[in-house]
Design a protein around this ligand. Sequence first.
Ligand code: WTA
Length: 649
Amino acid sequence: MSEHNNVYPVRDSIAAKAWADKDKYAAMYQQSMDDPEGFWGEQAKRLDWIKPPSKIKNTSFARDNVDIRWFEDGELNVAANCLDRHLEKRGDQTAIIWEGDNPNESKHISYRELYERTNQLANGLKSLGIKKGDTVTLYMPMIPEAAMAMLACARIGAVHSVVFGGFSPDAVAQRVIGADSKLVITADESVRGGKHVPLKENVDSALKRDGTDVCKNVLVVKRTGGDIDWQEGRDIWFDELVDKQSTECPAEAMNAEDPLFILYTSGSTGAPKGLKHTTGGYLTYAAMTHQYVFDYQEGEIYWCTADVGWVTGHSYIVYGPLANGATTLMFEGVPSYPTHGRMGEIVDKHQVNILYTAPTAVRALMAHGDGVMDSSKRDSLRLLGSVGEPINPEAWEWFYRVIGNEKCPIVDTWWQTETGGIMIAPLPGATDLKPGSATTPFFGVKPALVDNEGHQLEGATEGNLVILDSWPGQARSIWGDHERFVQTYFSTYDGMYFTGDGCRRDEDGYYWITGRVDDVLNVSGHRMGTAEIESSLVAHSAVAEAAVVGFPHDIKGQGIYIYVTLNDGIDPTDELKKELTQWVRKDIGPIASPDVIQWAPGLPKTRSGKIMRRILRKIAANECDGLGDTSTLADPSVVDDLIEHRANQ
Ligand code: WTA
């Protein structure tokens, strides 16, 4: 990275109007460290409270007592904060711009319309027997009804669990069972890149699985009118239920620590875990980060290209922007359809000012050359953002130069499903930018780097990224399994939240995330556990053993490389490779498609039987010269065979 030590200083024109300039950032950050109670007590006032909190922070990261509470005696409603309180001033302002997969389809939904439709849906949910504390699973396309469904749940105190529309029926079933969902909200089909995805059919098949009978109803948005099966008594059309409801629905008074949503994410072991996010701290943090990191100014058009199935969609398409009374753009499709210029064309069409996207999308465009953006001008853009994985300096520079016309700062935002909101990122008016660095911590965030024994490292150095104290947006637990929450995040280093990421800190105190240090892959910004893919593979009758590692991939950041040992007597054919690929896609979803499958007669194991992934990663990355010490292996010859038969990528 040595040739990439460009620094992009803060622009005076941005600093002059920004929510924070250098001095303000420094002063506020200091205050947030010295007096978290005072700082966050003041910030909580950005929300409308039914009962304002008198207790601000009550948190412990101690391994034997992980307990996180913010604003614990306060009461509020998230939907009321995202809708009702804006009506007087901005009832007619657009809340959501929806851009369809088809470039000829779009619509504007005002705050008043969103309020009314959400209330109708909330009343509809109540009529189905959904009440405070119940969970509802959402498996939806990127359509306004997805935001309405989230907000309608919040309005009546139900807990939503959004499942990404690219996941398989099995994944849906697992999450319906895990969250004990009485209701699934879905659509007949979603449309992405001109192709239809059979969401309702997937739900039908999910609800045939054992254990899903907790789910009593399926509410179906008619998106395409495509053919679907219908189960009388269980299935209900969204519009038929909602149209007849009143547009007024009282907002439930929720305690600040009542759950708002569950969101499943992958870890290094076991099945995906449902992170539990709560109400007051989450919304305070989502709103504040959205305002400061994107320097959101009144009237601006803001577009986050994520899917609502991920945490980025929760915090930065729906909750943060709507709490701030912003206009948020929601895009149904994919950036490459109908042409690779689509993203820029949407920016021009809706005069987008702030564009928040992922490195993988930037790299995919970059691979087509500068001309790929010729169909748009993008002169409405003022700010760019990046999230989901490390952005390599080349992609950063291209994003800056070609998409942003060399006039938009880029906020590279590091955070996680677990953190609820952005943790390390520049503020446009306060932070000089270095391509590839997420720069410095947000207010209230106290990062540190530790060695493998948990000793804190000082100065310019590299280590494991931990956070030393609580911030309001963080997940409180894993749904139904607090012990796993403690084990996963607070037991590696006592008293610290362990992120799972490696990180370098430079001489200016800037943070450079280097990627996961655990067995979590990041493929096109999607998190995946190697263990999940491995357990899917070994469930296939031909497979004796499988090991999954990531390898560097030009566009996706990481690709999925799989070593498979077959059962005796099974032929290692290309057909079988295809079959295993389909198997994983069907089991988990297309995002888990293997990039490479290599037949492995044996896997490198220690004498105690532990697979040496370090070696498998090196072979996958074609770094076969630097394998290090292999003498501890039970059978070192296994490695030579793997190198000799290394699969072509
Ligand atoms: C990675 C997405 C480098 C990181 C919001 C983290 C990043 C995981 C960045 C969380 C970034 C996210 N720079 N790495 N700006 N943003 N990551 O839970 O490894 O889907 O731990 O949340 O993505 O992914 P998740």
